[in-house]
Design a protein around this ligand. Structure first.
Ligand SMILES: [Zn+2]
Length: 295
C-alpha cells in the first residue's frame, strides 16, 4: 500500500482500517521523531523504533485502543492532556474515569487493559494544554483541547500542512462516544463545532474513516445529529415510566443486542445514562422509584 504523507507527517493505518481494538496513528518523521496514538500497526511502529529513537509519544486521550503499543517507546517523552495524567499512573484511575469501578465488568476490563492493551504505569513527562505549540523541526503542531469524548481529548492541527488529527471525534456513521464517567454530551457537540472552524484540508480520524480530504462540515453535522437521534428514540420510549434496565434493553445506541456484554451492554448503559442526565438537567425528565419518566 502506498504511504500517505503530508510533508513530514506520515499516516499509519491500524489493522482493519483502524477499527477498535486498534486505531490509526500519525508518525512525525522530523528532527524530533514522534508518534501520535501508538495503537495502530505493531509491526510498523516497531520498525520506527528500530530505525532510531522516537523522542515523543503524544496521546490524543487515555483510551486503551490508542496506546497499546506505547510500550515500544519506553524512552520517549510521554505527552498527554493534564486532565488525564492520572490515567497513566495507575490502572484504577482508568477504570474510575470509565465508570467501571465497582461494576460487574471491573475485573474483565482490568484484565483486558493489562493483557490485551499492554497497560503499563508510566509517568507523563509533558502536559498538553489547549493552544500549545509543539515543534518537531520543520513541523509545528497546535494542540486543540476537545473534551466530551473523554475529559482531556485533544485534536492536533498542523497549520503548514493543513492537516487536522481528529482522534476519536472520528466522524463515523456510528456517531460519537461520550460514556466515560467524566464525558459530556454538550462538550462533545461544542468540540465538534470547534473543529469545523479550523481551516484544514486533510482530516485524519483515529478510526475507520481514515483520511478525509476537503470540507468536513456536512460530515460533522451528520456526526453530531446522531446524538439527537439517540435522544429522540429515548424520549419516544419514555411513553410511560421505565427503569434503566428497560431503557438499556432497547439498544438505542448499538441498534441490536451485541456481545460481549462487558463492552456493548456497558457502553449502551453508559451512553443512555448521559442522555438521562442531560434531559434531567433540562428539566425534561424525572426519576421516581427507580423509574424514569418525562415531565
Ligand atoms: Zn476514545
Amino acid at each position: 500500500m502506498q504511504e500517505i504523507r503530508f510533508g513530514k507527517i506520515v499516516f499509519i493505518p491500524g489493522p482493519g482500517g483502524g477499527r477498535y481494538p486498534f486505531c490509526n496513528s500519525l508518525y512525525i518523521d522530523d528532527e524530533v521523531r514522534a508518534v501520535i496514538d501508538p495503537g495502530s500497526d505493531e509491526g510498523q511502529l516497531r520498525m520506527l523504533q528500530e530505525k532510531g529513537p522516537v523522542r515523543k509519544v503524544i496521546q490524543s486521550h487515555y483510551h486503551e485502543d490508542h496506546g497499546s503499543f506505547g510500550c515500544l517507546f519506553p524512552n520517549a517523552e510521554l505527552c498527554v492532556h493534564k486532565s488525564e495524567t492520572p490515567c497513566y499512573q495507575g490502572i484504577d484511575k482508568v477504570l474510575e474515569y470509565y465508570g467501571l469501578r465497582g461494576t460487574e465488568y471491573e475485573d474483565v476490563w482490568r484484565n483486558l487493559l493489562l493483557r490485551r492493551f499492554n497497560y503499563k504505569v508510566r509517568k507523563p513527562t509533558c502536559e498538553l494544554q489547549d493552544g500549545d505549540l509543539v515543534r518537531f523541526g520543520e513541523t509545528t503542531m497546535r494542540v486543540i483541547h476537545t473534551p466530551g469524548h473523554s475529559i482531556g481529548h485533544c485534536c492536533f492541527y498542523f497549520p503548514d500542512e493543513g492537516v487536522l488529527y481528529l482522534g476519536d471525534l472520528d466522524m463515523t456513521r456510528f456517531g460519537p462516544w461520550y460514556g466515560d464517567r467524566v464525558s459530556d454530551i454538550d462538550s462533545t457537540i461544542e468540540s465538534v463545532r470547534k473543529l469545523m472552524n479550523i481551516p484544514a484540508r486533510f482530516f485524519v480520524s483515529a478510526h475507520e474513516t481514515g483520511v478525509i480530504e476537503g470540507d468536513i462540515k456536512a460530515l460533522a453535522e451528520e456526526y453530531i445529529a446522531v446524538i439527537e437521534e439517540r435522544e429522540k428514540k429515548l424520549i419516544a420510549f419514555l411513553d410511560r415510566p421505565r427503569t434503566l434496565d428497560e431503557i438499556v434493553s432497547q439498544w438505542i445506541v448499538y441498534k441490536k443486542p451485541r456481545e460481549p456484554r462487558h463492552f456493548f451492554e456497558f457502553g449502551e448503559r453508559a451512553l443512555m445514562v448521559k442522555h438521562i442526565e442531560r434531559l434531567e438537567k433540562r428539566g425534561l425528565l424525572k426519576q421516581e422509584r427507580m423509574k424514569y419518566s418525562l415531565v
